[in-house]
Design a protein around this ligand. Structure first.
Ligand code: DGL
Length: 259
C-alpha cells in the first residue's frame, strides 16, 4: 500500500525511518513543507490550511493512509484533518505515557514547540498519562531551524540545547521526551548534554506500531516493495535533496511540492 507521511519539514524523516524499518514492504510518499517551517510559530488557522492542502495532495497520489509526522500539526489540525478526509490518519503526540511509566525520579522533561505545549491536546495528555509525575516542559525555539539547515551539532545547537535542558536536568529529570519530530536528529547532542543516565524518549516506533495495526485492518494488496519511495518539498529543492539524503542516508529523488 502507499502511505503518505508529512511534516512541517524534514523532521518527520525521523518517523519515516521507523516506518520503513517496521513496514519494509510498504511504499511511502514523504512531504516536507520546509518552505513554511517552522509551524510552531504559525497560527492554528494557517497550520490547518497547510495540512488540508498537503492531505488533499496525498489523496491525489492514491495513498491509503496518512501519517501526520509532526506533533505541532497534530495538536493544531488532526481533528480537522480527520473530519475532512475519509482514509485513516495516524497522528503523533509527545510520549508522556511511556516516560511516566519509565521514570524513577518521578520527574520528566519535555522538549517541544511552544504551540504543542500550549495546545488543549497536550494538556489532556498530561492529565491522562502524567498526573502522577512532575513534567518540566520547555519550548525549544530555534531547534527546528537548526535541523532544517543541517546544523545538527554546531555550537549554536549546543548552546540552545544547554539553555533548554539545563534547568530540567537541575530539577532531576531522568527522562526527556522529544515532543517534536525534528529533535531525534539532535540525539547525539542531547544525550551528550543529558548524560547516559537520562533516557531520551521519542515516538517514532510507537507510530510505526500504530500504522502496522491500521494497515493490517485494511483489505488491500501489498505494493511492490521494489517501488521507490518518493519525497516532495515545498522548500528549495537543491537544499532539500542534500538534507534528505543526509538524514535518510542514501540517494533519493526530491520533487517540488506545488501546494
Ligand atoms: N516536526 C515538527 C513537530 O513535530 C516541528 C514543528 C515546527 O515546524 O515548528 O512538532
Amino acid at each position: 500500500m502507499t502511505v503518505g507521511v508529512f511534516d512541517s519539514g524534514i523532521g518527520g524523516l525521523s518517523v519515516l525511518k521507523h516506518l520503513k524499518k517496521q513496514l519494509p514492504d510498504e511504499h511511502f510518499i514523504y512531504v516536507a513543507d520546509s518552505y513554511n517551517a517552522p509551524y510552531g510559530n504559525k497560527s492554528e488557522a494557517f497550520i490547518k490550511q497547510r495540512c488540508l492542502g498537503i492531505c488533499r495532495f496525498l489523496l491525489e497520489q492514491q495513498v491509503s493512509v496518512i501519517v501526520v509526522a509532526c506533533n505541532t500539526a497534530t495538536a493544531a489540525a488532526v481533528k480537522t484533518i480527520r473530519e475532512s478526509i475519509d482514509i485513516p490518519v495516524v497522528a503523533i503526540e509527545p510520549a508522556l505515557k511511556p516516560a511516566s511509566l519509565k521514570t524513577r525520579t518521578g520527574k520528566v522533561g519535555v522538549l517541544a514547540t511552544a504551540s504543542t505545549l500550549q495546545s488543549q491536546q497536550y494538556l489532556k495528555l498530561v492529565s491522562r498519562y502524567a498526573d502522577n509525575v512532575s513534567c518540566f516542559e520547555q519550548a525549544a525555539h530555534g531547534l527546528v531551524e537548526q535541523v532544517e539547515a543541517g546544523r545538527l551539532d554546531d555550537e549554536e545547537t549546543y548552546r540552545l540545547l544547554r539553555q533548554y535542558m539545563q534547568p530540567m536536568l537541575q530539577q532531576g529529570v531522568d527522562s526527556i521526551v522529544l515532543g517534536c519530530t525534528h529533535y531525534p536528529f539532535l540525539l547525539n547532542a542531547i544525550q551528550n548534554i543529558a548524560g547516559e543516565s537520562v533516557a531520551i524518549i521519542d515516538t517514532g516506533s510507537a507510530v510505526a506500531e500504530q500504522l502496522k495495526r491500521i494497515l493490517s485492518q485494511l483489505d488491500k494488496p501489498l505494493q511492490n516493495s521494489a517501488q521507490e519511495h518518493v519525497y516532495y518539498s515545498s522548500g528549495d529543492i537543491m537544499h532539500a535533496q542534500k538534507m534528505i539524503e543526509l538524514l535518510v542516508g542514501q540517494r533519493v529523488k526530491v520533487k517540488a511540492l506545488a501546494v
